[in-house]
Design a protein around this ligand. Structure first.
Ligand SMILES: [Ca+2]
Ligand SMILES: [Ca+2]
Length: 534
């Protein structure tokens, strides 16, 4: 662990009697606890190689499991639920920010990059979470907020204290307010409280953007990354990587500079073995999935088609079948997350239609990339009717039919609207439950190397049916989905005559390819089958 540095200790005059006028000009000098060099440690991953090709659970710690009755989920609570996650079959967990934040909610206003949020527990709790997860074959990646910090972070307080502060350059400042800027409908330039300029904040005035042109920002974050890698984390989810560099009022999103920054970040992460990183870049997921950039990114441009396909939209079925024909197989599919712009809770998107819900799950959990399940999705958790905005989809996990499964106290936020009927206790006793369906799909993925890491080949769509193969060496698995409300007699062509495909899931019949290279497979209404080439 690096020792904390004092601002006055670096970059200033070696003469400690610099004088009152000088220090007044330079503004305040708050201690920055998360500053200081961190070198590469030798922390080997205990996980099997390629572990990150299994499905992840996205966990909002605040809403997952409270262990001490204060109504706020915490790390000890999450540790208690690792057996549940292992039983479900997930191979990784993505934690929304667990570092100290000034929002004390979602955690994206980071106040200290090297300290665990006190609401969540201690560093010792986090260390134990990592080792307990590893014991269950589960990797842990943490959200890293790379584009912006909190306006309460000491670096920003120092930066804002004076135009001459030694840490001024960590953030983006202009002496006069730039004009003509609109980002997501807002003017991103905000006046300093001290009247010494205007800072840039693309998301909120409480979350100023780091100045990624400054070498000290680059150094700061690479040290922070090594700090957590040395703690044994298995990788990162990087927030808002499309917003790193702003070149002008008309060139502020997905700039080429951002790929250079993320490629360098990737080099730092990959100095450790078997680590995984995934980027959030809704405006251009494909570009950030390239190995010259993040190497993996969420497939934001696929989610809507998955859900529309599940509802029987023929065009969406075709787009879904076509997606990985031309895209990086490291694009990570999902159907919803903690942000409403990415989609409502899946339950709300399909209005509780169970057949469509199961089709959506089958449509993305067997695809290439690393699929991400949003916590509670596997039991059909709905948004809260008592809340609006993002809070409505970030409600306490529905462990039981009431609040007691989440906390012995009063939950920090209202519950999911369907907790009385959709909860873990109820789902575990129902053979037709969503939970059972997710568990079946994950078991299928985990049992077949072709489904975990194979290429995407032979994809086709025909009205309300589609299919594809996942191919790894000699292993071939075929998946066929029928989105129609009637049974389908599917003919799959362009196969090798005489091949026999054995049932894995959804059917008990083998298929044999005829002399014309065609195999006939019956797929029941609104369901899927998986077969493996003998
Ligand atoms: Ca708690
Ligand atoms: Ca930025």
């Amino acid at each position: 662990m690096a020792a904390p540095l004092l601002l006055g200790g670096c970059g200033g005059s070696s003469n400690s009697n610099a004088g009152a006028i000088d220090s007044a000009n330079k503004g305040s000098s708050l201690e920055v606890p998360d500053l200081g060099a961190v070198s590469v440690g030798s922390v080997s991953s205990p996980l099997p190689s390629g572990w990150w090709k299994g499905a992840f659970m996205q966990v909002y710690v605040r809403a997952y499991q409270d262990s001490d009755g204060d109504g706020i989920g915490d790390l000890k609570g999450l540790i208690q639920r690792l057996d549940y996650l292992q039983d479900l079959g997930v191979k990784g967990i993505w934690l929304l920010p667990v570092t100290q934040s000034s929002d004390r909610d979602h955690g994206y206003a980071v106040k200290n990059y090297r300290a665990i949020e006190t609401d969540y527990g201690t560093q010792a709790d986090f260390d134990r979470l990592i080792s307990e997860a590893h014991n269950r074959g589960i990797g842990v990646i943490v959200d890293f907020v790379i584009n912006h910090g909190s306006n309460q972070h000491p670096l920003f307080l120092n930066s804002a204290s004076s135009a001459f502060n030694a840490q001024r350059n960590y953030f983006v400042w202009q002496n006069t307010k730039p004009t003509g800027w609109r980002i997501y409908g807002q003017d991103p330039w905000f006046a300093s409280n001290q009247g010494n300029g205007f800072y840039f904040a693309g998301f909120s005035n409480t979350m100023p953007d780091f100045n990624w042109r400054a070498s000290e920002v680059d150094q700061f974050h690479h040290d922070n990354l090594r700090y957590w890698l040395n703690k044994g984390v298995d990788g990162f989810r990087f927030d808002a990587v499309g917003n790193l560099i702003e070149n002008s009022s008309t060139a502020w999103e997905v700039q080429a500079d951002n790929h250079v920054i993320m490629n360098k970040v990737r080099q730092t992460v990959m100095q450790y073995n078997d680590r995984y990183m995934v980027c959030e870049a809704p405006a251009n997921s494909g570009a950030f999935a390239q190995s010259s950039s993040c190497g993996s990114a969420f497939a934001f441009d696929l989610s809507g088609n998955i859900v529309a396909a599940a509802k029987g939209d023929v065009g969406a079925i075709q787009r879904l079948a076509d997606y990985y024909k031309t895209r990086s197989i490291n694009l990570a599919p999902f159907v919803s997350n903690h942000d409403r712009f990415a989609g409502d809770r899946l339950w709300n998107q399909v209005q509780g239609n169970m057949a469509q819900y199961k089709l959506a799950a089958a449509s993305y959990l067997l695809l290439p990339g690393t699929p991400f399940i949003y916590y509670g999705e596997e039991i059909g958790m709905a948004a809260s009717n008592a809340l609006s905005g993002d809070a409505a989809i970030r409600t306490p996990m529905s462990w039981t039919a009431d609040a007691n499964g989440f906390s012995s106290g009063s939950p920090f936020r209202p519950l999911s609207s369907n907790i009385s009927t959709q909860n873990v206790t109820q789902q575990l006793t129902d053979a037709a439950s969503l939970h059972r369906h997710y568990k079946t799909l994950l078991a299928l993925r985990n049992s077949q190397v072709a489904l975990q890491s194979g290429a995407y080949e032979g994809a086709w769509s025909n009205q309300k049916t589609m299919g594809f193969q996942r191919v790894a060496g000699n292993e071939k698995v075929m998946v066929i989905l029928n989105y129609d409300t009637a049974n389908a007699a599917v003919s799959v062509g362009s196969l090798v005559a005489g091949e026999v495909w054995s049932p894995l899931e959804g059917t008990s019949s083998s298929g044999t390819v005829n002399n014309a290279g065609v195999m006939q497979i019956s797929v029941p209404a609104q369901s899927f089958v998986a077969l493996k080439k003998n």
